[in-house]
Design a protein around this ligand. Structure first.
Ligand code: PSU
Ligand code: MN
Length: 300
């Protein structure tokens, strides 16, 4: 397989030291330039500071990458690379192309590299109106097939959160509230959707990972990690921005894989960057928890 694992990542995996995978679509499509490159460096540094080796995942020049050099990180942040999900990977490899990986493609590549824990901001999910459009992220179906533990702040309220949770159930993806009994809605701590299972700490997540392996299951564990309430987006600002972004997407007939980036950019614009600041906090918060989980896992 054309998979290049960075030397520090390969060393850590070989000696059982903690590694956390990071996705690259959040860098290329989820955050605006030039903040995106600074954020990408910060995300890696948070892991390094926690004694964990970061492995940012992407596709470059026809090769799957687990762990990027600073130059490679710069390319993802500053070149107009496409967003690649799992179905796009064979085409990118065949053409010698490059791209940023979604949660689905990152999970797939991280698993092939032998990485067990992955931190992102929010997962893709079932879009509003999916009953007519069938727009559901491949993140969900891929997570039913890849035994990775992914830390996220739930899914954004731009999606249909209830339908997303139903699909995760159907797909046998284990969902754990991290210090919460409720599924978070990314910018907000609450979504109104209760969860079946809550865990208090990283060691409890590692114990569930071990049980999953013991059962020989192939599906992912989603760790739903909400922001502290004093760090969340103001709920009134949130509701106003969401409504307006959904209206504009409909008016402009935005469809397919453009929907997520369009809504996110529009919400950043409407909130005057406030949603972006919260977005960064969410990613940082998830990375810290992922570092603790990877460390607890490495100790077992
Ligand atoms: N949610 C976010 N920010 C993002 C994404 C999702 O809050 O940048 C990205 C992730 O990479 C996710 C992808 O895997 O969008 C899902 O896109 P789609 O719905 O087209 O599958
Ligand atoms: Mn879609």
């Amino acid at each position: 397989m054309r998979l290049s694992v960075a030397p520090d990542v390969a060393d850590a995996l070989a000696s059982g030291r903690p590694v956390v995978a990071l996705e690259s679509t959040i860098i290329s499509h989820g955050l605006p330039r030039p903040d995106n490159l600074a954020a990408a460096h910060l995300f890696e540094q948070l892991l390094v500071d926690a004694g964990v080796v970061p492995a940012t995942i992407a596709v470059l020049d026809g090769e799957l990458k687990a762990g990027l050099t600073p130059d490679e990180l710069d390319r993802i942040a500053n070149e107009d690379v496409p967003k690649l999900s799992v179905r796009d990977l064979p085409v990118a490899l065949a053409r010698g192309g490059s791209g940023a990986t979604t949660v689905a493609a990152t999970s797939f590549i991280a698993d092939r590299a032998g990485i067990r824990v992955f931190a992102t901001g929010g997962l893709g999910g079932v879009h509003r109106g999916a009953a007519e459009t069938f727009d559901e992220s491949a993140d969900l179906t891929v997570l039913s097939e890849v035994p990775i533990t992914v830390v996220s702040a739930g899914v954004k309220s731009i999606l249909d959160i209830g339908a997303t949770l139903e699909r995760l159930e159907t797909l046998s993806v284990t969902v754990l509230g991290y210090g919460t009994e409720e599924f978070p809605s990314f910018w907000l701590r609450s979504s109104g959707h209760p969860l079946d299972w809550s865990v208090p700490d990283a060691a409890a997540v590692a114990a569930v990972m071990a049980s999953r392996d013991e059962l020989g299951q192939s599906s992912a564990i989603v760790v739903a990690n909400p922001l502290p309430v004093d760090e969340q987006l103001d709920p009134a600002t949130h509701d106003r921005a969401l409504e307006e972004a959904l209206r504009r997407a409909e008016e402009k007939h935005v469809t397919g894989k453009e929907v997520t980036p369009f809504l996110l950019e529009t919400i950043v614009e409407i909130t005057g960057g406030e949603s972006l600041a919260v977005n960064l906090k969410i990613a940082e918060n998830n990375i810290r928890v992922a570092a603790e989980i990877a460390t607890a896992w490495a100790r077992r």
